[in-house]
Design a protein around this ligand. Sequence first.
Ligand code: ZN
Length: 212
Amino acid sequence: MAVLESRVVAKNSGAAFEVKKGQRLRIAGKSIVDFVAFNLHDLNERFDQARTKTNQVKIFISTGDVLYSKRNNPMLTIVEDTFKEGRHDLQKGMCSRKRLEMVAQGASMRVFAEGIDINPKKAEEIPDHGCWENLSGAVQPWNILPDDVPSPFNIFQCMRIDPETGIMYDTMIRPKDEAHVDFRAEMDCLVAVSACPESGRGQGIRVEIYNE
Ligand SMILES: [Zn+2]
């Protein structure tokens, strides 16, 4: 495989990449990455969490599984996944300044599985932006509006979901060492990533594109 591009995306920032059909895209890191995709030739066609879950009748995806668009077209296939400690998330949206404020003010909730609470409590602890702002900024050069950024595939975000109540608990399960998810593009895609701030715990990530 020849590396066409390798870029570090700093913590709590975003970036976008054009990936051509058949190319391999690697997302590598140790903390949460919010990931979205668009059809490069028709940016109205976007990744869809619900289609991805329904078409494969499951809420967790890994090697061999497909990311679908709302038009039910395969966009990307996961060809390698080295995150063995936990699973990726297809339930949650993305963090944002407003969401973080709502949690801090008690207007919204975020619960943890392990009895810890890393939610910001004071105004000065709330980051002034999160994944929504990062992803919106990354795709802005393609004239995609913030409202048109779909709910993401949350890589390395391991949730524990109570099977009876459906409550989604955040966990602190992350790759112990750097892990990666490799995708094969099934169409020409514009993809965008956000290195989630994770309430101050987020780290930089690496994005690589290979010609197979
Ligand atoms: Zn985030």
